[in-house]
Write a protein that binds this ligand. Sequence first.
Ligand code: ADP
Length: 494
Amino acid sequence: MQMERPLKVLLLSAEVVPFAKTGGLADVAGALPKALKELGHDVRVCMPHYERIDPQRFGLEWVLEPFAVPMDSATEPVGVLKGTIGDAIPVYMTDNERYFGREGIYGYPDDGERFVLYCRAALEMLKHLDWQPDVIHCNDWHTGIVPNWLQTTFRADPFFAATASVYTIHNLQYQGIFGQRILEVAGIDEYGFIHRPDMADLSNVVDLMARGILFADIVSTVSERYAQEILTPEYGERLDPLLRDRREHLLGVLNGVDYDEYNPATDKYLARNYDVNSLDLRAENKLALQRAAGLPERADVPLFGMISRLVDQKGFDILAQAFDNIMATVDAQFVILGTGDPHYHNVFGDFAQRYPQKLALFLTFNAPLAQRIYAGSDMFLMPSRFEPCGLGQLISLHYGSIPVVRSTGGLADTVQDFDPSTGEGNGFAFAQYDGMHLFTTVVRAAEDYRYRQTWRELQRRGMLADYSWHASARKYVDLYHKALAVHAAEAGHA
Ligand code: ADP
């Protein structure tokens, strides 16, 4: 049992499993609260109510009738619905027809206004609910304005006097950059731009990610390696000077996997359930996947799976460089599931036409199919250019699909290159970001796949490793206490 006092934590995230998801952020926001609750904390979540979230399907109920939320020089009416995850953990959803009565999650010209409204509504909601969190845990640029407000607009507000902020960077590349107008919308134009001679290109834009980093009591990111990497110009996405300034308050906590959601022994989407002691059964999932993908049903051929946003970050440029070489050299199959940049839709669409017996491409977002790929592939490919944490490799380990990765960020922290001479390692990894190193690593993996006993050992090792949320949730609790200490110390100085 945990001896510390239970904390009240509000987690803000633009996406939360099972309500809305485009990537790993949703997995984290849906799973971390459950693990915190198991440790005895009172954790609640707040996200926008997108039109696609069907109140009936998720059993949502109204908890607050529309109230006036300050926005620009006027107000917007926002109501609050409530769903739950895990053991009755409330997920509040801010509802506003004008900004969120739309099909998509992101990608609108007024995304700045949309997420500022959601954040402001979340803070105002707390007053209506009369629930004062110890910590507000913000995630990614959509919530970056909140630490800023807590240090400005709400600085003298007794309701938030004891509330500390944590700001977690899930992906530094997406910063939420807008014009000066957004400061007016947020009601903080009097505090102006961030002026720094070493970050001159930020002096006439509003960068919501930068504001989260600058104003939060504690900043974190989703692996220790990425926490180090973003201090450098190579990975810092132009914010490295600011991150270096805040390095004393910057920590890395690795994401976990929700093993209730991702468990090959109970996964209802699989042709055949299996566990570490019944790995022979896994073969049925491979054949079912080959059938569904229209590939030859061959048990012996190494099958590489990939489930990913189709964007530069994920290494599709070096995979495209290497692909003809791989096809000419390796007897292997590929199943790729993803959506994103139209350029990659075309490039890999062409490959699929040229290699119909070896590559199956699904240009959609499809969670059941994703789970079938984790269970039916032999290897799981993640050649990322950068990777804050990465969940794909952790899920694939648990499903007995061996990760083949570029060593960067969370991939470097979780996948160790297999060394056949010592038997150590849990996957295949390369350091240099180019098509040639990717190619040779794919060749190595396909070669080692032929040694059935060794491969089985690799699978068992991956499946037995514990990347659940238990350890990481404890680290977040430590981080919340640190944030409270920083906040209290600063309040003392104010
Ligand atoms: P990121 O958050 O950068 O997209 P992660 O590896 O952290 O990458 O998380 C990706 C998550 O999204 C995983 O759970 C993965 O299975 C899922 N995912 C990505 N693309 C798809 C897709 N097209 N269909 C279904 N699930 C997907």
